[in-house]
Design a protein. Structure first.
Length: 100
């Protein structure tokens, strides 16, 4: 009976907060992904380095790829410095924004 009461209060307290926190995180990732995709597309149009172009397009070439890349960098799925080095190629301010 006491365990049930503790579990019910935990679920009632944590679930709504966790839900809205994840929604907010997804929205922030979406905004940054939109910006980074636009910057990468603009950079790819004028870039000469084919390997840099292919790396950037594979990680930030579409909105889905950019959101997945940002999620991996945020959650520890991949090392963020790899993606930072890619973004610095486009512009130093993009690298700074990526770290933000």
């Amino acid at each position: 009976r006491e365990l049930r009461l503790m579990m019910a209060s935990l679920v009632g307290c944590v679930c709504p907060t966790l839900f809205w926190s994840l929604i907010m995180l997804a929205f922030i990732i979406l905004i940054f992904a939109l910006y980074f995709v636009q910057e990468v597309i603009d950079f790819v149009k004028v870039a000469d380095d084919e390997s840099a172009r292919s790396d950037l397009l594979s990680t930030f070439g579409s909105l889905e790829d950019a959101m997945l890349t940002l999620w991996k960098a945020t959650s520890g799925g991949d090392d963020w410095s790899v993606y930072y080095d890619m973004m610095v190629q486009t512009d130093a301010w993009n690298g700074l924004l990526f770290v933000f």
